[in-house]
Design a protein around this ligand. Structure first.
Ligand SMILES: Cc1cc2nc3c(=O)[nH]c(=O)nc-3n(C[C@H](O)[C@H](O)[C@H](O)COP(=O)(O)OP(=O)(O)OC[C@H]3O[C@@H](n4cnc5c(N)ncnc54)[C@H](O)[C@@H]3O)c2cc1C
Ligand SMILES: NC(=O)c1ccc[n+]([C@@H]2O[C@H](COP(=O)([O-])OP(=O)(O)OC[C@H]3O[C@@H](n4cnc5c(N)ncnc54)[C@H](O)[C@@H]3O)[C@@H](O)[C@H]2O)c1
Length: 482
């Protein structure tokens, strides 16, 4: 016989989205049941953001050791102890894990059930021998890696983000299928740690970002010796002594338009070809919750379009797939759930960062998207090479690009350069608060910081105005008064 629980709120999934919902709901004393079938902390802590950024941090140190000469220091080829690198990654995960742990959430007063959850009614679930009937339910089940149906792929061992951080030895030659954020971040990390790396993508690498930004980062990849193969499909894969043989079809150079076939031998294949939302095996049909391949169908308050008792947050909600998006969602759904207050997702305020060196960070419209928007817009650029601090650091690659609409409205901002993810904060605030470029000139920027590029690019918006005859005439007129 199952035991009946009747909390105010039930949350499925203890990843970034689910845990944020539970922590905030408990802060208001709401009764909560949290159900998690896997590891507490979900993808971000265990198989995503945290291990990938930790690996990139080690890779960056290795790169800096190899490239110290501009500072008057002798460059050295670092000895990479991959087992120790793995211990560093594990250590970072372990240091964060208590924040996401079952114990912490029990201490906060949530009932935590470690089991697979399944709906069997519009407000009722079953998990781990419990029946849970809740006033509201939040689905935060995340997403999983897509394994494309490529001939032979089921006959070989492939890595995904769920297994790559556990490889015992540094791969000799890591082939990566997919040049999105997962693929490129791991490509740079493994290359700088000493592996040979090839990235295959059927389209443009880093195609979600404007090409001018991606080009700066990809130039750095080429210098590091990453073999980048855009417009390439993997048509077949098979076992080969010492690893795998990949059969590739490449669209060829646009000038020749000649497709070509080739093979590539690799020791490992990482599949980073996108994500699918975790909507199956959840009993969503029994709850009358509509979904498609993007995720649970929700309105702009993240409420299911077909069951008003149910909300979706994070990767399963079909929008941007980031931890900070999941956290933002969590804050939003609590408004209607706890306070019966309206909530509306604003996708344009969610920044995105690819943590390569140089990083790419953006918020709001891309230049490509801005072309589709009504009204005129201007694109402003400021090169990081013109920044004094960047020169001192020998980190002069990259630029900031601001897309300005009428009256200096900030439609979108993108930065490619070292620490671009840190530099985008002020612009994320600007877009969230509907600030204009005039506002962005109204503060004092500390010198010398790379962040000054933001103020410089904002000032440049007004430069044309200083040359207008009417303005110069007015100045001349004022001079007459002494
Ligand atoms: C390699 C990699 C690197 C990334 N790096 C970044 C980054 O740097 N910055 C960033 O913002 N984002 C990053 N992301 C994306 C980020 O990890 C996700 O957007 C985020 O984890 C989504 O949170 P979530 O709560 O929606 O899902 P998750 O964190 O995946 O949590 C979902 C949880 O639900 C559980 N679950 C699923 N089904 C059930 C069920 N039926 N019953 C019970 N439990 C269930 C799962 O076990 C899981 O623990 C990265 C992703 C990857 C793969
Ligand atoms: N820094 C970050 O915030 C960060 C880091 C990693 C992941 N993420 C999130 O995780 C999500 C998933 O990332 P991802 O990189 O796995 O997916 P993605 O969808 O962004 O990129 C997948 C790439 O794989 C290519 N591809 C797909 N199938 C292919 C095939 N059969 N052959 C060749 N190429 C193929 C696609 O063309 C695409 O470029 C992202 O949307 C992002 O939101 C974020």
């Amino acid at each position: 016989m199952t035991k009946l629980l009747q909390p105010d709120l039930c949350v499925i999934g203890a990843g970034s989205g689910g845990l944020s919902v539970v922590a905030a709901a408990r802060a208001f004393g709401v009764s909560v049941v949290l159900i998690e079938k896997g590891k507490m902390g979900g993808d971000c802590l265990n198989y995503g953001c945290v291990p990938s950024k930790s690996l990139l941090a080690a890779a960056r140190r290795a790169h800096e050791m190899r490239n110290a000469t501009p500072f008057g220091l002798q460059s050295v080829d670092p000895v990479i102890d991959f087992a120790a690198v793995r211990r560093h990654v594990r250590g970072v995960i372990d240091s964060i894990a208590p924040i996401d742990s079952e114990e912490r959430f029990r201490d906060l007063g949530a009932q935590v059930i470690r089991a697979h959850a399944r709906f069997f009614g519009k407000d009722t679930l079953e998990a781990g021998g419990f029946t849970i009937k809740a006033r509201r339910i939040v689905v935060a089940t995340g997403s999983s890696p897509v394994i494309p149906p490529i001939p032979g792929i089921d006959t070989v061992e492939v890595l995904t983000n769920e297994t790559i951080f556990d490889v015992a030895e540094l791969p000799r030659h890591l082939a990566i299928l997919g040049g999105g954020p997962v693929g490129v971040e791991l490509a740079q990390a493994f290359r700088r740690l000493g592996a040979q790396v090839t990235v295959l993508d059927r389209g443009r690498i880093l195609k979600k970002e404007d090409a001018d930004l991606a080009d700066v980062t990809l130039a750095s990849f080429r210098r590091d010796g990453v073999d980048l193969r855009p417009n390439t499909t993997l048509s077949r894969v098979e076992k080969h002594p010492g690893g795998l043989r990949l059969h590739l079809a490449s669209a060829g150079k646009p000038s020749t338009l000649e497709a070509s076939q080739s093979t590539l031998e690799a020791s490992h294949l990482l599949v980073a070809a996108g994500r699918r939302p975790n909507v199956t095996d959840l009993g969503l049909e029994a709850a009358g919750v509509e979904f498609n391949e993007q995720g649970i169908k929700v309105d702009n308050s993240l409420r299911s379009v077909s069951n008003s008792l149910i909300y979706a947050v994070g990767d399963v909600a079909g929008g941007a797939q980031f931890t900070h998006a999941a956290n933002y969602h969590a804050g939003l759904v609590l408004r209607p759930i706890l306070f019966r207050a309206p909530a509306k997702v604003r996708p344009e305020i969610i920044p995105r960062v690819t943590y390569t060196d140089p990083e790419i960070a953006a918020v709001g419209a891309t230049e490509e998207e801005a072309r589709m928007l009504p009204g005129k817009h201007r694109v402003l650029r400021w090169q990081i090479a013109d920044n004094d601090r960047a020169r001192a650091e020998h980190e002069t690659e990259g630029f900031i690009k601001v897309i300005a609409g009428t009256g200096g409205k900030i439609l979108g901002v993108a930065i490619v350069g070292r620490n671009a993810g840190e530099l985008i904060h002020i612009w994320a605030l600007a877009i969230a608060q509907n600030l204009s470029l005039k506002d962005m000139t109204s503060y004092v920027a500390p010198y010398p910081t790379v962040g000054e590029i933001g103020k410089r690019v904002s000032v440049s918006y007004f430069e044309a105005m200083t040359r207008k005859p009417i303005v110069r005439g007015l100045l001349g007129g004022l001079r007459l008064f002494g």
